[in-house]
Write a protein that binds this ligand. Structure first.
Ligand SMILES: [Zn+2]
Length: 300
């Protein structure tokens, strides 16, 4: 028996055949934007190729958007799909024992739970710091999918009342201050002052983004360290609020900003505890389920 997983992103669809939670075969396709029929046709043909006649235990799909309790896509704007009963449609297209449709942040947390930093953890928080801020909660050793089955959106908890407008339509969400996009915005502002390493690298042709801010901060540049300090102040406030709500054993940081590695984690380990009600918090760790996390988290 095989599991077949799909990780649908804004530009590519990663597909894989898995045996006992390990990817044994992989393929990548361009994402058919705004075309649900083409998306389903792609899943059908790729699943057929990947299983090569072997029976399928679980067919799992990770989508970058909100997913209903019955596995339908509510809204996945960056693949141009909304109100699509994906799980029901797949049942008629691919023969499998189980069908799973999951939000991408939730899939990342499930992958960490099975093969990464949340293994064996009963209460955990995962934040994925990318273009936006994805987040998931592990309660009683399982992914918490919300009281009404709509999932959880920690990235859209409010951090700054009346603050920057968020993609979700509200203002001052955690996402507006803690995403890689937020770090990029701070780096751009620093660059405009016309001094410091970010400015110099930019003058040499480097793109000003979160990665450059991290690179310059790691090199010890003072302007970049100030940028990173402002960013980690906001992130630490956000994490401390979640600590006060669920008191997690482990807090896992994933996504592009987690590329800063131990440099970021050490700052958070210093800044978060004094901001919590308790004066201390659980372990802060980096995501480590690897590049196949989206596929693993789709089928587990
Ligand atoms: Zn928001």
């Amino acid at each position: 028996m095989l599991d077949i997983g799909f990780d649908i992103g804004g530009t590519t669809v990663k597909a894989g055949a898995l045996k006992n939670g390990r990817v044994v075969k992989k393929a990548v396709y361009p994402t058919p934007f705004g075309d649900p029929d083409a998306l389903i046709a792609l899943i059908r043909s790729a699943a057929g190729e990947l299983c090569a006649g072997e029976p399928v235990a679980a067919l799992g799909v990770t989508v970058p958007g909100s997913v209903s309790k019955d596995g339908g896509i509510i809204d996945a704007w960056n693949i141009g799909v909304r109100d699509l009963p994906l799980k029901t449609l797949l049942m008629g297209e691919v023969a499998a024992e189980r069908y799973i449709v999951r939000n991408d942040a939730d899939a990342a947390a499930v992958a960490e739970l099975h093969a990464g930093a949340l293994k064996g953890v009963k209460t955990g928080l995962m934040l994925t710091l990318g273009t936006g801020v994805g987040g998931s909660l592990i309660l009683n050793g399982e992914l918490f999918t919300g009281g009404l089955g709509r999932g959880t959106e920690p990235g859209h908890a409010m951090l700054d009342r009346g603050g920057i407008k968020c993609g979700c339509g509200h203002s001052g969400c955690i996402e507006t201050l803690c995403s890689a996009t937020a770090l990029k915005r701070l780096a751009e502002a620093a660059c405009q002052k016309g001094s410091g390493m970010i400015y110099l690298k930019h003058a040499e042709g480097a793109k000003v983004d979160a990665k450059l801010a991290i690179e310059c901060a790691l090199a010890g540049d003072e302007t970049a360290l100030d940028v990173f300090s402002e960013y980690t102040d906001a992130l630490s406030d956000a994490i401390a609020s979640f600590v006060n709500v669920i008191d997690p054993e482990v807090i896992v940081i994933g996504g592009g900003v987690s590329g800063a590695g131990g440099f970021l984690l050490d700052i958070l380990r210093e800044k978060v505890p004094p901001r919590t009600f308790f004066g201390s918090c659980g372990r802060i760790a980096a995501a480590n389920a690897g590049n196949d996390a989206g596929l693993i988290g789709a089928v587990m």
